[in-house]
Design a protein around this ligand. Structure first.
Ligand SMILES: Cc1ncc(COP(=O)(O)O)c(C=O)c1O
Length: 439
């Protein structure tokens, strides 16, 4: 957190928060929000910020996207909850139908809805096990699949997520993610996967692989398409399923509705969450109908899964992607973003390790030579950015990168302000206060 003196209302709320809420739920910034619109946030002390965090990739359409607000309002006047397992409603069915069409794969699909990404991943594993009658699951290093205990068992990052919470679910094996910056290109990552098959778990015991097409929390590293295609080939050879976790990459974040489309392969199961419903809690699993339908009635569900308000928000969100204009906009935004981030990298060649990602899902990574006070350079940059009016998040091992999760409909002015704040934050942290001017 930023150590600058806080304005009065923020200071008071911080004090109450520290007493009332455990520190286990850490907060990236000392910020209490009063209002949000598009790519802007206003805090309880009246300060305005550009939002490059989007509620951790949940606000791809921006805050209070009008059709989403209207749809939720309309649903609010009808009913808010019945539990789909008790009394059904059309919204759930309509969301499932839409996703069955939109998720890649030229086969019959079905969709089940939950409230959180962790739940979606847990259920994808349950479905894969039931469908294959096998127990082993292979996940990947630096992957993040959630914080509930099975999702955490899949997650490939110890601090801060996994320490002190074991033992973890058995029959989960981890293979290296194809990430050149961690020493694995496609060839060596595939070699390591074969070694896993030889030394730890036979491929015929494996129910499914679960992989993020672009690491989210793991630092916005895309898996090479050739690796994903080879994984598809291996899975087909051995009867394994592929679960792609598109919880952070989905709904336009990488320039396509789902990142896996760009690799040209179809997963058997796809998990989604976050930006599907404009900030309302909705997540789910879409997949091959024959796989999805292999679970006995009553074995899947949850009280809030597919909540009517969240379904209404999801339908309005999916409408927004219909024409293709939003995705075109997302790709253009990605190009602009990349140019700016690369300009920052060029100005600070000693400190910036690089710019990477897929489409507008981009990160700028820092070498940690100027880390201090137990914080990475990126954490210092994020704290400084807040002073200049930008909310940004870190990602990656050792929080070495700033990841950009700006709403895809951010205006040019919002982008320019956000990027100027990021540049100034980099100047401050990497060269001392060279640029004094505040946005
Ligand atoms: C790729 C990925 N999977 C799963 C999750 C977990 O989702 P949730 O926090 O909604 O449980 C996240 C959350 O950040 C994520 O980025």
């Amino acid at each position: 957190m930023n150590s600058n003196p806080q304005p009065p209302r923020t200071a008071e709320l911080l004090k109450r928060r520290t007493k009332a809420i455990p520190r286990g739920v850490a907060t990236a910034h000392p910020l209490f929000i009063a209002r949000a619109e598009g790519a802007r946030l206003w805090d309880v002390d009246g300060r305005e910020f550009i939002d490059f965090a989007g509620g951790i990739g949940t606000m791809n359409l921006g805050h209070r996207y009008p059709p989403v607000v209207d749809a939720v309002r309309k649903q609010l006047d009808q009913f808010t909850h019945t539990a789909f397992q008790v009394a059904m409603y059309e919204g759930y069915v309509a969301v499932a139908e839409r996703l069955n069409t939109l998720v890649p794969g030229a086969f019959e699909k079905q969709t089940i809805l939950f409230s959180t990404g962790s739940e979606a991943n847990e259920n994808a594993v349950k479905i894969a096990r039931a469908a294959t009658n096998r127990s082993a699951i292979v996940s990947f290093s630096n992957g993040f699949h959630g914080r509930t205990l099975l999702a955490l068992s899949l997650t490939g990052k110890v601090a801060p997520y996994k320490q002190n919470f074991g033992p973890y679910a058995p029959e989960i094996y981890q293979a290296p993610y194809p990430n050149e910056r961690r020493g694995y290109d496609t060839g060596s990552a595939l070699h390591a996967l074969n070694e896993l098959f030889e030394t730890r778990v036979g491929p015929k015991q494996i129910a499914a692989f679960i992989i993020e097409p672009v690491l989210g929390e793991g630092g916005f590293v895309p898996a090479p398409f050739e690796y994903l295609r080879e994984l598809r080939r291996i899975a087909d050879q051995h009867g394994n399923l592929i679960i792609v976790d598109e919880i952070q990459t989905g709904f336009g974040r990488t320039g396509s509705l789902f990142a896996i489309e760009q690799a040209g392969i179809s997963p058997d199961l796809l998990t989604f969450g976050k930006s599907v419903a404009g900030g309302l809690p909705l997540a789910g699993v879409t997949g091959r109908a024959s796989v999805m339908d292999s679970v006995e009635p009553g074995a899947l569900g949850g009280t809030y899964g597919g909540n009517p308000l969240a379904c209404a928000a999801a339908l309005a969100t999916l409408d927004a992607f219909e024409s293709g204009a939003l995705l075109r906009n997302a790709r253009a935004l990605g190009e602009k973003l990349r140019i700016h981030l690369e300009a920052i990298a060029t100005r600070h060649p000693e400190d910036v390790e690089g710019v990477w990602g897929l489409g507008p899902m981009l990160a700028i990574g820092f070498r940690n030579t100027k880390a201090h006070n137990g914080k990475s350079v990126a954490q210092h940059v994020a704290a400084a950015a807040l002073d200049f009016g930008l909310v940004a998040l870190t990602a990656g091992p050792g929080a070495h990168a700033i990841r950009i999760l700006v709403p895809l409909l951010a205006t040019d002015e919002e982008m320019d302000r956000g990027l100027a704040a990021l540049e100034r934050a980099c100047e401050r942290v990497l060269t001392g206060e060279r640029l004094e001017q505040r946005v």
